[in-house]
Design a protein around this ligand. Structure first.
Ligand SMILES: Nc1nc2c(c(=O)[nH]1)N[C@H]1C(S)=C(S)[C@@H](COP(=O)(O)OP(=O)(O)OC[C@H]3O[C@@H](n4cnc5c(=O)[nH]c(N)nc54)[C@H](O)[C@@H]3O)O[C@H]1N2
Ligand SMILES: Nc1nc2c(c(=O)[nH]1)N[C@H]1C(S)=C(S)[C@@H](COP(=O)(O)OP(=O)(O)OC[C@H]3O[C@@H](n4cnc5c(=O)[nH]c(N)nc54)[C@H](O)[C@@H]3O)O[C@H]1N2
Ligand code: SF4
Ligand SMILES: [Mo]
Length: 711
C-alpha cells in the first residue's frame, strides 16, 4: 500500500488530498490532506470520489477513429494520422478559418491544457477560437480589462480577514467558489461569522450559502445591476465613499447612476428600498467589506455591467486592494499572461452575427451560426479539448445537430459523450493520477498566496499517451509539421519563449515533461524564485503568506489610474434603462449547481448520482398551485422545451424556476449517466441572447412557460 498526496483537479478550490493506493494502482481511499497549510484536511464528496472517477471503467483507454461510420479503437499512430488527413483536407480545401477550436473547462485544470492552448490556437491560425470563458467568466475579465487595463487582474475577496461579505449570484457553499480559490469555502464562511463578521447573500434561491448567512435577500433574476446601481447611488448621494486609490471618472459615474435610486431599483429587483439603502451604509461602515459575485450574474444579459458595478462598490467603500476587502493574489509563477498592449476587444468579428472578438475568442453563443451558415469561412472542422458543448452551451441541441454535419472533428477527451460522439477521432488523456498537476490559473486567484505541485502518482501504460504529448502532437499537426514531428522540439520552443532573456536558466531546469519544465521556468522567474525541486520537496504545498496590496503593479490603463466609468459601461447603464423589466407574470428560469456534480462530467460515477443530486425543476409551491402542476412539467422557452420532474420548494422565489445544467445524458458511452439522464437545461437557453460587451451566454433569467403534463 502506498500513500500519495495531490491537489484535487476537479473544481476551483484546490484542496490537498491524501490517497491510499494498493500495489496495482487501485485507489483505496481519498481523504483531505491534513498537512496542507491551505486546505488543512478539507475534502468534499467529489474529491473523496476521485478514485472512483479516475477508475471509471467507461473512461476511454484507447483512441477511437471513425471507420465506415463507426468509432473503433485504434493505435495512437493511426489516430494521429487520421487527424493529419482530416484537418489537412479541410485546411487545404477551405482555409484555416474553416477549422474551429473549443477549449472546455478542464483545460484550465490541467497542466497540458495551460501549456498548449496558445500554441495549438496559434498553429491552427483560425479566427474561430472558442472556449468555456464565454459561457462562464468573460464578463468578469472584460470588466477588469476596462477598469484596470488587464483582464487577468481579478481581485478576490480577502475571505479570511473580511468583516463583511456580500455574495451576489454565487453559491460557494455548494460550488466551493470560483475565480476565488479557497479550500473549504463553507468553513471560511463559518469562520467569518464566528469572528463577528457579517454575511449577506442576494440570490433568487435560498441556497446553502444563503442559509449560512446573517441575511438573505431574494432578488428577481437578471436585475442585479439595478440593485448595484442603487447601492452606488446611495454611496455617492450620502457621501459614504472613502476612495483611497487613484481613480478616473468619478463625475461620470455620479451622472450615470443619478436616476438609480433605491426606490426605483426596489420595484424591479424586489429588494425593499430601505434594505438597499441600509446595505450601502453597512458596506461603507464595516471596518472592511468585500462584494463577490459569480455565475448568477456573469451569465446574464448585463453580465459585464454587473461585474463592473461590483468592483465600483469595492472601490467606493475603500475596499479595493486592501486587507479584508478584495485583493490580488501574488502567484508563485511568473505572470507572463499580463498584457503588453492596451485592453481592446473587437480585433476581429464573427462572420454571421458580427460579434466582436474578446480576449482572442469569439462567443460560444455564435458557434452554431458559424457551423450552419454556408459560405466562405463556414466552419467545416472542429477541434475540442475537454469540452461538452452539447450539454454546456446555450441551445445545446442546435449544436448537437450542427456538429453532426461537420466534415471532420477531433476531440481530446476521456469520455465518449454527447459531444464527442460526433468526433471522427477521440484522443483520450490518461487517468488524472497519471498526470502531474499544478494549478497555473487557479494559483492566480487564491485567497492566500500558495503553491503546490503534485507529481504523477502512477506511470503511463505502454499504450497510453500523456495529455501533454496529445496536445503537442495536435499542435504540430496543425502547424503542418505532421503526425511524426517531435513533441520535445515544440516543448523546447515554448520553454525558450517563457525564459526569454533568461535563456541561461534552461540548463538548470528539471522536470519529466514539457509542462513540468515550463512550470520550473515560471517558478524560477516568479516573485518567490521557487523551483520545481523545492515544490517537490514540499508535497503538502507551500504557504506564501496573506494577500498584500499590489494594485500599483497591476493597473495598466492609459492613465495609470483605475477607470471608474469606462465609456462602454456608461453606455450599458443607458441600455439597461431603456430595457423594460420582465413583467411580473413572466416566469424566469435560472440554473443551480449541486454539491456532488461538476458541470456534465461526473454523472457516470455511481456514488455521485442519485439522492438529492437529481435533475428536477425547483418551483415555489404557490406557482405549483397557480400553474396546476403535477409531478412533471413541460418547460418551454424561445429555444426549445423539456419535460422534467417538478420539485416544489419554498427555497425559490415565486415567479422563478430552477434547473441544474450538465444533465440530459444520451448517445455516448456512459451507462450510469444515461440511467440518471435528466434533461438538458441548455435546450431552453437561447443562444441569440448574449451580454453584448463580452459576448457571454445568458443562462439566467430566461423567460419560460411551465405547464402541466397530462399523461
Ligand atoms: N458542486 C459543483 N461545484 C462546481 C460546479 C458544479 O457544477 N457543481 N461547477 C464549477 C464551475 S465551472 C463554476 S464556474 C463554479 C460556479 O460557482 P457559483 O457561481 O458559485 O455557482 P452557482 O451555483 O451556479 O451559483 C450561482 C448562483 O446564482 C443564483 N442566480 C441565478 N440567477 C441569478 C440572478 O439573476 N441574480 C442573482 N443574484 N443570483 C442568481 C443561483 O440561484 C445560484 O445560487 O462552480 C464550480 N464548482
Ligand atoms: N445552463 C447552464 N449552462 C452552463 C452553466 C450554467 O451555470 N448553466 N455553466 C457554464 C460554465 S460556468 C462552464 S465552466 C461550462 C462548462 O462547459 P464545458 O467545459 O464545455 O463542459 P464540461 O461539462 O465541464 O465538460 C468537460 C469535458 O472535459 C472532459 N474532461 C474531464 N477531464 C478531462 C481531462 O483531464 N482532460 C481532457 N482533455 N478532458 C477532460 C469531460 O469528459 C467533458 O467532456 O458550462 C457552462 N454551461
Ligand atoms: S471542493 Fe473542489 S477541489 Fe476540494 S475536494 Fe471538492 S472537488 Fe476537489
Ligand atoms: Mo465554470
Amino acid at each position: 500500500m502506498t500513500i500519495a498526496h495531490r491537489t484535487c483537479p476537479i473544481c476551483d478550490a484546490v484542496c490537498g488530498l491524501r490517497l491510499q493506493l494498493d500495489d496495482t494502482g487501485h485507489v483505496l481511499s481519498v481523504r483531505g490532506d491534513p498537512d496542507d497549510p491551505f486546505s488543512r484536511g478539507y475534502v468534499c464528496p467529489k474529491g473523496a470520489s476521485l478514485g472512483a472517477l479516475d477508475e471509471d471503467p467507461s473512461r476511454l483507454r484507447h483512441p477511437l477513429v471513425r471507420v465506415d461510420g463507426e468509432l473503433r479503437e485504434s493505435s495512437w499512430e493511426e489516430a494521429f494520422e487520421a487527424v493529419e488527413r482530416g484537418l489537412g483536407r479541410v485546411i487545404s480545401e477551405h482555409g484555416r478559418d474553416a477549422v474551429a477550436v473549443y477549449f472546455g473547462n478542464p483545460t484550465f485544470h490541467t497542466m497540458a491544457g495551460f501549456m498548449y492552448r496558445m500554441p495549438l490556437t496559434q498553429s491552427l491560425g483560425t479566427r474561430n477560437v472558442y472556449s468555456a470563458s464565454t459561457i462562464d467568466q468573460a464578463p468578469k475579465q472584460v470588466a477588469c480589462g476596462l477598469m484596470l487595463g488587464d483582464p487577468f487582474a481579478i481581485a478576490v475577496p480577502d475571505l479570511d480577514r473580511t468583516d463583511f461579505l456580500l455574495v451576489i449570484g454565487a453559491n460557494p457553499a455548494e460550488s466551493h467558489g470560483s475565480l476565488c480559490a479557497a479550500p473549504d469555502f463553507p468553513g471560511r464562511l463559518k469562520a467569518l461569522r464566528r469572528r463577528g463578521g457579517r454575511l449577506v447573500v442576494a440570490d433568487p434561491r435560498r441556497t446553502r450559502t444563503a442559509a449560512m448567512a446573517d441575511e438573505h435577500l431574494f432578488v428577481r433574476p437578471g436585475t442585479d445591476p439595478h440593485l448595484l446601481l442603487a447601492i452606488v447611488h446611495t454611496l455617492l448621494s450620502e457621501e459614504l465613499t472613502s476612495i483611497d486609490i487613484e481613480v478616473d471618472g468619478l463625475d461620470e459615474l455620479r451622472e450615470a447612476v443619478a436616476p438609480h435610486t433605491p426606490e426605483a431599483a426596489a420595484q424591479i429587483c424586489r429588494v425593499p428600498a430601505d434594505r438597499i439603502t441600509a446595505l450601502a451604509r453597512e458596506l461603507a461602515a464595516a471596518p472592511s467589506a468585500a462584494v463577490y459575485t459569480r455565475v448568477g450574474t456573469c451569465t446574464s444579459e448585463f453580465g459585464t455591467l454587473t461585474q463592473w458595478l461590483v468592483d465600483v462598490v469595492n472601490v467606493l467603500t475603500g475596499n479595493f486592494d486592501r486587507p479584508g476587502g478584495v485583493m490580488f493574489t501574488r502567484p508563485a509563477i511568473a505572470e507572463i499572461f499580463r498584457p503588453r498592449e492596451p485592453f481592446t476587444t473587437g480585433n476581429w468579428r464573427s462572420r454571421v452575427r458580427d460579434l466582436p472578438e474578446v480576449m482572442g475568442e469569439l462567443p460560444v453563443a455564435t458557434l452554431a451560426d458559424e457551423l450552419e451558415t454556408p459560405g466562405e469561412g463556414q466552419i467545416r472542422a472542429m477541434v475540442t479539448v475537454a469540452g461538452n458543448l452539447v450539454l454546456s452551451a446555450p441551445n445545446g441541441p442546435r449544436l448537437d445537430r450542427a456538429l453532426a454535419g461537420v466534415d471532420f472533428m477531433v476531440c481530446v477527451d476521456p469520455y465518449l459523450n454527447e459531444t464527442t460522439r460526433h468526433a471522427d477521432v477521440i484522443l483520450p488523456p490518461p487517468r488524472m493520477l497519471q498526470m502531474p498537476h499544478y494549478d497555473f490559473l487557479l494559483s492566480t486567484v487564491t485567497v492566500r498566496n500558495y503553491a503546490r505541485f503534485s507529481p504523477a502518482i502512477l506511470p503511463l501504460g505502454p499504450d497510453q499517451r500523456s495529455e501533454a504529448e496529445i496536445l503537442a502532437r495536435l499542435t504540430l499537426i496543425a502547424a503542418g509539421q505532421g503526425a511524426q514531428a517531435d513533441p520535445a522540439a515544440l516543448d523546447e520552443m515554448i520553454v525558450g519563449q517563457v525564459l526569454g532573456e533568461a535563456s541561461g536558466l534552461r540548463a538548470e531546469l528539471s522536470g519529466d515533461s514539457g509542462p513540468e519544465l515550463m512550470l520550473d521556468a515560471l517558478l524560477r522567474l516568479g516573485a518567490y524564485e521557487l523551483s520545481l525541486k523545492e515544490l517537490i520537496a514540499q508535497p503538502h504545498g507551500v504557504d506564501l503568506g496573506p494577500l498584500e496590496p499590489r494594485l500599483g503593479e497591476l493597473v495598466c490603463t492609459p492613465s495609470g489610474r483605475v477607470a471608474l466609468a469606462p465609456e462602454a459601461m456608461v453606455e450599458e447603464v443607458r441600455r439597461l434603462r431603456a430595457r423594460p423589466a420582465a413583467p411580473d407574470s413572466q416566469l424566469l428560469l435560472i440554473g443551480r449547481r449541486q454539491l456532488r456534480s461538476n458541470n456534465s462530467w461526473l454523472h457516470n460515477v455511481p456514488v455521485l448520482v442519485g439522492g438529492a443530486n437529481r435533475c428536477t425543476l425547483h418551483v415555489h409551491p404557490d406557482d405549483v398551485a397557480g400553474l396546476g402542476l403535477g409531478e412533471t412539467a413541460l418547460v418551454r422557452s424561445a429555444a426549445g422545451e423539456v419535460v422534467v420532474p417538478v420539485e416544489p420548494t419554498e427555497s425559490i422565489m415565486p415567479g422563478v424556476v430552477s434547473l441544474p445544467h450538465g444533465w440530459g445524458h444520451a448517445g455516448g458511452d456512459q451507462p450510469v449517466a444515461v440511467q440518471h439522464a435528466g434533461v438538458n437545461a441548455n435546450a431552453l437557453t437561447d443562444e441569440t441572447v448574449i451580454d453584448p460587451v463580452s459576448g457571454n451566454a445568458v443562462f439566467n433569467a430566461v423567460p419560460v412557460t411551465v405547464s402541466k403534463v397530462t399523461a
